[in-house]
Design a protein around this ligand. Sequence first.
Ligand code: NDP
Ligand code: OXD
Length: 309
Amino acid sequence: MALLIYTPIHDAEDWAETLRQQLPDLDVRVYPEIGNADEIDMALVWKPPAGFLAGFRNLKFVHSFGAGVDGILADNSYPRQVPLARVVDAGLANGMAEYVVLHVLRFHRQMQAMQFNQRNRTWKWLPPVDAKDRTIGIMGMGALGAVAAKRLLDFDFQVVGWSRRLKAVDGVASFHGDDQLEGFLSHCNVLVCLLPLTPQTRGIISRRTISLLPRGAHIINAGRGGHVVEADLLHALDNDYLSGATLDVFAEEPLPEQHPFWTHPKVTVTPHNAADSIPALVVPQIVDNIRRCREGRPLARIVDLSVGY
Ligand code: NDP
Ligand code: OXD
């Protein structure tokens, strides 16, 4: 039996090598060297083409290269009887918390204005704001959002979180469900999106939700590009309703060369690297699931296919 690796973006050979080192008896195949498709019973994938996984009739489980699984479930022919596991890793959460703290602090310390002043050789003092007077809102208080929230508390920001179900994170005011979205947004000087992309969350950052934020808010999106209605975001930036946006993920990746985000003075673009899966850190949890599968034990870090994350 064999594990197949398919990815358009990772160094597949590096992942295969790390897997072989940790599980020497594992038959690892890297696409397109599939061999006999009936021998493939596990797959480690990122954004497989539609219909790809349905072609392996002996699959016992599929593992995502990352935390997000939208690129796998976008395929309507995903074989829904096959469990799907994802990455839940302290290293990934650390990387994301660094990204969030970095860009929240850039907003808080008014770096955009100071960089503008520097380019114009303008020495201008800007009045400071106490961190306690800034509220940072995190949409998506899961494995990543909860860690980022805790790090922000260390800087004395007010932190509020929004999730599907009620959460209890010390020091963080918890909002949940569609009914409480409006109340949540009304607090957020910075809105951080760390949601998974599902039919319920697609387009959630829109003209309506942006208008519920306090004027001058900043948006950080490290969830998925599909969360943002790009035209609405650009409109709010150009009309000075929003002070800026930090975007790591986009509807189309790589971001097309002509896209207005690249040159927009209020937009910071990063290339979907807010947090990366590092093979040495993540492979042990894939190996753990392979062992569980071989021993007939329940898999860990499984996605609830009924909600899509
Ligand atoms: P989790 O599944 O652990 O957390 C998801 C959170 O979103 C949960 O708190 C969940 O609520 C909440 N949520 C989901 N649907 C809704 C909804 N309809 N309304 C309100 N809240 C909702 O995911 P992770 O924290 O591990 O990852 C989150 C996302 O981050 C990934 O799916 C991926 O898209 C993105 N990501 C981006 C990376 C990057 O480099 N840019 C790197 C890694 C991940 P509840 O707790 O109630 O279930
Ligand atoms: C992601 C990841 O889901 O890199 O974007 O884990």
